[in-house]
Design a protein around this ligand. Structure first.
Ligand code: SF4
Length: 689
């Protein structure tokens, strides 16, 4: 027994299944995962995890893992050596750059991968390949929230930590489903609400678990959040309930903002949102009565044509009521992926260098040019949306993508697939042969978080260290090592021996991370950005100043953008999102036996009313059709959705078509985040159960 015990290894890691950022130890014997052990010292979760964190790790030993590079030969993929695959990639990228210029190649980063890997990837795009065409999947989710916050308060991140969400008197959740998408955070909110009288308001089309528990659940008409938020803000101002001191000392733009609110009367809001005036007044009163309030939001807000403006309206409401800069206040866009915050923070964005320093600023470029010994292009690059359009028009010739199944997660995926077909050269780097990989010319086998070292940044800006638990399976490699080998084939002279050296470089260049170091992230230690040179964190932003010129926040006037409507024949509104047991598109979790046993495939939630009208039961097979594609799926009848509103989970197994065959290419007007939540469909019954 003692021999056996000696072979058991305990290694600290950080969960990769959502932006909450739970940490725990993984107990292993060789490649066998014995258990997940939580610890009271874990800064975010203590002794809690959800079902994915506890049971979601078998995928690392799946027989379907990619273990060797693959090269397309005609219609086949053939295993190759690393030498051959990397030589081929270097040769083709170099050739395409020579022939069509550096901006003819696009680079899509991964919010599942580490800060160091994202830093290195944008360095590869900018310093080695000479383009700012680099983006990550926040373009599909939280870019509008980032843009709304950058406009009004200055930092594109949560303004406090999860501790503030526990301290606050009132939590408002808009278009988010934390009980399934951010479970450990939701558990803490549930506890505070139930045991300590914290007030909870939920605005959502679907009666999700938090909505069921809330003091007030409102169900506005789809895509009308900006209207009720602005009407409530106007009512607060009309009553003289605004925080006058705060507005006088810390905020600019009040007069113009008040003028912009004129049209948002209670009558107008009632007509457009379907919420009656008493409810709108009740909302205003609850916010007024609370000494502190936090607003949480996610894709239900950000995946619309007017998403940046709705995020701005949320921030405006917080400013009017003085709910920034004190414990228990602030804006909390909930990050979906484990490292979507970090991917943005570390510069995989077409207009931003690491730490949100603008690439158009000559001083910023000069700093990096000196450090890297290269010229950095001045113009912002293409974002994901423009890359797809560029491919479609034949202008973008090559794409390098890692850790992202774009063929499943980008909107209007039939269009995306046909754009992939036009590429001259396509590299996909992943842990499984994804739907996107079938379009690739070279597929590189990467290693998941358990097989490498690095850091992730969770939704509250907390940087945490994860450690290598296992050796990479087969010939797979950590993503950062692959970038380095490729960069050196293309004339760079990189010599990073460990991700800590990459972080040291990033910290020496980006002010936001000045004091971040692996030494300071030992054990359960973590750091919350901005991190000062002495290593100290900033859990609560805006205590004394906002991160805008003169330190003042800005009220920004916004107007409502009506949603995209597919046409009358598409008579059902299709909402979509996650579910507890599967992460995002399901690439990792459907390769997990336990989770897949529990939830083997996606389903379509239909209302009691619709079920009665169309004779639907649990398990009826239906076909949904939109102007962009079709999906076959089985129904589940539930009172969580109402009337003609449907809900389809975005997770899917490889053999079942996903929701994005149905969504359109319409997008947020500012950030180009797809309007995933503005889909109309029609339904036909294929087979009764
Ligand atoms: Fe992982 Fe999120 Fe669950 Fe925590 S709440 S265990 S980070 S999926």
């Amino acid at each position: 027994a003692s021999m056996r015990k000696a072979r058991i290894k305990r290694t600290k890691t950080v969960c990769t299944f959502c932006g909450v950022g739970c940490s725990f130890e993984v107990w292993t014997k060789d490649r066998e995962i014995l258990k997940i052990q939580t610890d009271t010292e874990a800064p975010v979760n203590g002794i809690s995890t959800c079902v994915k964190g506890k049971w979601g790790w078998d995928f690392v030993n799946s027989e379907e893992r990619l273990t060797k590079p693959l090269i397309r030969k005609g219609n086949e993929f053939v295993e190759s050596t690393w030498e051959e695959a990397l030589d081929l990639i270097a040769h083709n990228l170099w050739k395409i750059k020579q022939e069509h210029g550096p901006n003819s190649i696009g680079y899509i980063a991964s919010s599942k991968c580490s800060n160091e890997e994202n830093y290195l990837f944008q360095k590869f795009a900018r310093a080695v390949m000479g383009t700012n065409n680099v983006d990550n999947c926040s373009r599909y989710c939280q870019s509008p929230a980032t843009a709304g916050l950058l406009r009004t308060v200055g930092y594109g991140g949560d303004s406090g930590t999860m501790e503030d969400l526990i301290k606050t008197e009132l939590i408002i959740v808009i278009g988010a489903n934390p009980a399934e998408s951010h479970p450990v955070l939701a558990t803490r909110i549930k506890r505070q609400h139930k045991l300590h009288g914290q007030k909870l308001i939920v605005a959502d089309l679907r009666e999700n678990e938090l909505a069921q528990r809330a003091n007030l659940h409102i169900h506005p008409k789809p895509s009308t959040d900006l209207i009720w938020i602005s009407a409530v803000t106007k009512y607060i101002l009309d009553q003289g309930w605004e925080d006058k001191e705060f507005l006088k000392n810390r905020v600019s733009g009040l007069e113009d903002y008040i003028t912009s609110l004129e049209k948002f009367t209670l009558e107008y809001a009632e007509e457009k949102t379907g919420l009656n005036q008493e409810v709108l007044i009740q909302l205003a009163e609850m916010i007024h009565e609370a000494k502190s309030a936090c607003i949480l939001w996610a894709m239900g807000v950000t995946q619309h044509k007017g998403a940046t403006d709705t995020s701005t309206a949320i921030s405006n409401l917080l400013l009017i009521t003085g709910n920034y800069g004190r414990p228990g206040t602030g804006a909390y866009p909930l990050r979906g992926h484990n490292n979507v915050q970090g991917a943005c923070d570390f510069g995989t964005m077409p207009a931003w260098m690491p730490g949100y320093e603008p690439v158009q600023d000559p001083e910023v470029r000069a700093k990096y040019e000196k450090a890297w010994g290269v010229k950095i292009p001045e113009e912002p690059g293409l974002d994901n949306h423009h890359m797809v359009e560029g491919m479609d028009k034949g202008k973008l010739k090559a794409l390098y993508l890692f850790g992202e199944d774009m063929s499943l997660v980008d909107a209007n995926s039939n269009h995306v697939d046909s754009a992939f077909e036009r590429l001259e050269f396509f590299v996909v780097q992943d842990i499984f042969f994804s739907k996107t990989a079938q379009f690739a010319d070279v597929v590189l086998p990467a290693a998941p978080s358990l097989e490498k070292d690095g850091t992730f940044t969770n939704t509250e800006r907390r940087i945490q260290r994860f450690h290598k638990v296992l050796e990479p399976l087969g010939e797979s490699k950590p993503d950062w090592e692959i970038f380095q080998e490729l960069a050196n084939r293309l004339g760079a002279n990189w010599n990073y021996k460990h991700p800590s050296e990459i972080m040291a470089e990033a910290a020496s260049l980006a002010k936001l991370f000045s004091g971040v170091s692996y030494d300071r992230l030992e054990g359960w230690n973590s750091q919350v950005w901005p991190v000062l040179k002495d290593g100290s964190s900033t859990p609560l932003l805006y205590e004394n100043r906002f991160a805008l010129p003169e330190g003042k926040a800005r009220l920004v006037a916004v107007d409502w953008t009506p949603p995209f409507v597919s046409g009358e024949e598409y008579d059902l509104h299709l909402n979509n999102g996650r579910l507890l047991e599967h992460f995002h598109e399901g690439n990792m979790t459907y390769h997990n036996e336990g989770l897949t046993h529990k939830v083997p495939h996606p389903w379509l939630e239909v209302s009691l009313e619709l079920a009665k009208e169309r004779n639907l039961e649990d398990g009826t097979l239906v076909r949904l059709t939109s102007p962009y594609g079709q999906v076959k799926v089985r129904t589940m009848v539930t009172d969580r959705v109402k009337g003609n509103e449907l809900y389809l989970t975005m997770n899917t197994r490889e053999d079942i078509e996903a929701v994005n065959r149905l969504t359109s290419s319409y997008h947020d007007l500012v950030t180009h985040t797809p309007a995933y939540k503005e889909a109309g469909v029609k339904m036909e019954v294929l087979e009764f159960k």
